[in-house]
Ligand binder design. Sequence first.
Ligand code: PGA
Length: 249
Amino acid sequence: MARKNIAAGNWKMNTSVSEGVSIFNDISTNRIDNDALVIIAPPFTHLQSLIDQKKDNVEVAAQNCHFENSGAFTGEISPEMLKNMGIKYVILGHSERREYFQESDALLAQKVNSALDNGLHVIFCCGEPLEVRKADGQNNFVAAQLKNGLFHLSEKQLANITIAYEPIWAIGTGETATSQQAQDMHAYLRSYIAENYSQEAANNISILYGGSVKPDNAKELFGQPDVDGGLVGGASLKSDSFTDIIASF
Ligand code: PGA
């Protein structure tokens, strides 16, 4: 996938199916017709309903998947199941999954492989905790997450990855990274990809910022040269705030 402006909404464990369908349809009806790729990641229980309603202007993503295609993994959903229902995108490595469900870089590398094998496009999350930021260790910390989770991929495979940089201290806290902090990290990640792959691979990858993106800060964040859009939690649960964010490109 070529580099794009992307607004992705991560609903986490929120909304009933009927609420989700209604928000999704409102976003699809009211979004501005710009060039942004708009993706909504609802809970698993909502996926079929959203796929059934969807028009061409909003895509649907899963928030996670297993690395096996089938088997004795009670409670899990496989990438093959997602593919079979027409899902094209999956978020992997969100900091909440890393922290609360002990998802390691090694596990995420397996999930990435399996998702790509099933033709899914992966939104791969990375980001440092507050103590690492305070010690100015964020570049090395996030670089290691990319190296361990992604850099076994070929350059061709990497074209099916979008990166979401989400500093943990900015998620759900109302404290957004400054546009300069986001730009600095995104430029660093792009140069790190150029070093390990090629300048072309670095230029072509979309890098999203996540962490308290709101209608009033989206324009400045998305205006940074290396910020290609956002992964949005709270503000994607209201169709008007999310459509305002989409209109910020
Ligand atoms: P937030 O969440 O926008 O509510 O901070 C972002 C995310 O976790 O993806």
